[in-house]
Design a protein. Structure first.
Length: 361
């Protein structure tokens, strides 16, 4: 099958033939229909996070089931599915206490003694986050995907696999925003806009969007933002403290920078919680005034929206079908796999909400 292969930071991805295995007892072979280009893939392409190469990146995908292993019961050939990088085993301490996205069991991967799922020129390739989605096909554990309503367009469904689950899940599951809460969202890319939409669904009384690009702020308004703050017009922390007369219940950082993570904490009212969704460079140290903790301010991480994706994703599909979850506006361009390097250039420029790679049908 055709796949975009990453060899090393600084050199473009190349389209190559990659071999894919047959489904094992609990595995599913999926024909990829659409895959979103997420900023975290760019972190690997640019060498910010090391990963063994060559590798097929990509982790925000939707497709159609082609074949299933003998013990797969949750999906069947022909089903439309969305994949999720937080594959879960279903019986470890994290899973049985409802924290599926924190599962670290290796059993959803293939062991070192087994044939690899992917190989390039007869050499085994490590699968990227159980998925490797920049490819015509994916071979995944059945607990790495969920079947969805067939009326759901698959290019938009793909976004549920990362950005939208991450953004809405941080609001619903990690921070548990309540009706009437005040919320600030820093960074209005795919994840930030999804967090804005999630806050609107959760009934937040005020949703303050922060971004340096006015075009993204206007988009945030469409997703439900009630107030817009551009840091080019002055210190964003001061702007938010003035707007809210003392800070918000919830701040969400959706970029992955030290400065904006510290700003998120600085925007909190007493008892408020800052949720850091963006991927900060490992080793980064945050400067937080401990005096602010005295009044029960909190700062926490959120991984993949603390999702329970077999439940959350079909809900998000329903929200979209009802017109309450905006996905159409998240897609700024549809491109072919061959244009993947141009897609990464767009991500580096940071102007577009999201590029989605669509495969030939
Ligand atoms: Zn992602
Ligand atoms: Zn588990």
């Amino acid at each position: 099958m055709k796949a975009a292969v990453f060899h090393k930071p600084g050199s473009p991805l190349t389209i190559e033939q990659v071999s894919i295995g047959k489904p094992g007892p609990r595995e599913v072979l999926v024909r990829t229909v659409a895959v979103g280009m997420c900023h975290s893939d760019l972190h690997f392409v640019d060498g910010l996070y090391p990963f063994p190469a060559p590798v097929v990146l990509g982790h925000e995908a939707a497709g159609v089931v082609e074949a299933v292993g003998s013990d797969v019961h949750t999906v069947k050939p022909g089903d439309h599915v969305v994949t999720c990088l937080s594959a879960f085993c279903g019986h470890c301490a994290h899973c049985v206490t409802g924290h599926l996205s924190l599962c670290v069991s290796p059993e959803t991967k293939r062991g070192p003694e087994e044939a690899p799922r992917l190989s390039l020129a007869q050499k085994p390739m490590v699968q990227f986050v159980n998925l490797s989605a920049y490819a015509e096909q994916m071979l995944v554990h059945e607990n790495a995907l969920v079947a969805i309503n067939r009326d759901m367009p698959l290019d938009r469904a793909a976004l549920l696999g990362c950005a939208v689950t991450t953004g809405t899940g941080a609001v619903f599951n990690t921070a548990k925003v309540r009706p009437g809460d005040t919320v600030v969202i820093i960074g209005c890319g795919g994840i930030g806009l999804s967090a804005v939409n999630g806050a609107a669904l959760a009934g937040a009384s005020r949703i303050i969007a922060v971004d340096k690009l006015d075009s993204k702020l206007e988009l945030a308004r469409v997703f439900g933002a009630t107030d817009l703050v551009n840091p080019n017009n002055g210190d964003p922390v001061q702007q938010v403290l003035e707007l809210t007369r003392g800070g918000v219940h919830h701040a969400f950082e959706c970029i992955g920078l030290k400065q904006t993570a510290e700003q998120a904490f600085g925007m909190l009212a007493r008892g408020g919680t800052a949720t850091i969704i963006g991927m900060l460079k490992p080793g980064t140290r945050l400067d937080i005034d401990p005096y602010a903790l005295l009044h029960e301010r909190r700062i926490q991480g959120s991984f993949m929206g603390s999702n329970r994706f077999p439940v959350d994703l079909p809900n998000l599909v329903n929200f979209y079908m009802q017109g309450r979850l905006k996905l159409d506006q998240l897609i700024s361009q549809r491109i072919r796999l061959e244009q993947i390097n141009e897609g990464f250039d767009e991500l580096r420029r940071g102007e577009l909400a999201r590029s989605v790679i669509v495969f030939d049908q």
